[in-house]
Design a protein around this ligand. Structure first.
Ligand SMILES: CC(C)(COP(=O)(O)OP(=O)(O)OC[C@H]1O[C@@H](n2cnc3c(N)ncnc32)[C@H](O)[C@@H]1OP(=O)(O)O)[C@@H](O)C(=O)NCCC(=O)NCCS
Length: 167
């Protein structure tokens, strides 16, 4: 089994179905993010989401814990849309722990972890109004690749920027 990324300030372990209720509580505490995102998706949707052509062997969903309590989650897909590219499907830190460079530390840990497994780039989608996350990604060297228009059938309620960063 692939060892989880090492993220300073957190204990990182695979996300289990039994973690869903505690993570739902973290989502509930951040209505602003879901307003920005355009819909309140359930944790279960993130836990089970897979892009086309990938399997659960390619999906790495983790809980970020502090003092034994879930404080966030992260979901990464290997080899999407092509083998050297890893897709950051989702990252969420609780309102209580975010800020102060915590998200940046998570991303930097992810670069090392993906690189160690042969990945050459990270790709992600961020909704246009999520200015805080966009600032973080821009200052981490992610660059614009494509724009995805609103598409309720694809559960995309905001225009979404696809960004990429070489490792
Ligand atoms: C996105 C997220 C993981 C970032 O983690 P974080 O701990 O908040 O980020 P950091 O503390 O590392 O801050 C990153 C940058 O954002 C800036 N920032 C923080 N709050 C901000 C705000 N309200 N508006 C604009 N920028 C802000 C910080 O100043 C920092 O930039 P700087 O280093 O140039 O000062 C976290 O905020 C989160 O979980 N948000 C909700 C879910 C989400 O948006 N996920 C991303 C989906 S693509």
């Amino acid at each position: 089994m692939t060892a989880p990324p090492i993220i300073p300030g957190f204990d990182v372990r695979p996300l289990l179905a039994s973690d869903v209720p505690a993570l739902e509580v973290l989502f509930d505490a951040d209505p602003e993010y879901f307003e920005i995102n355009g819909r309140r998706f359930p944790v279960e949707e993130m836990r089970t989401a897979l892009p086309p052509g990938r399997t659960f062997d390619d999906k790495f969903a983790y809980v970020l814990e502090r003092d034994g309590h879930p404080e966030g989650m992260m979901d990464v897909i290997r080899g999407y849309p092509e083998p050297p590219v890893w897709y950051l499907g989702f990252i969420f830190l609780s309102v209580g722990v975010r800020g102060g460079g915590q998200g940046r530390r998570c991303l930097r840990a992810l670069y090392d972890w993906v690189r160690a497994q042969g990945g050459a780039a990270i790709r992600l989608g961020v909704v246009e109004p999520n200015l805080k996350a966009r600032h973080l990604y821009a200052t981490e060297g992610f660059t614009f690749e494509a724009m995805r228009e609103v598409d309720p059938e694809a559960k995309r309620m905001r225009r979404t920027l696809v960004l990429r960063r070489a490792l």
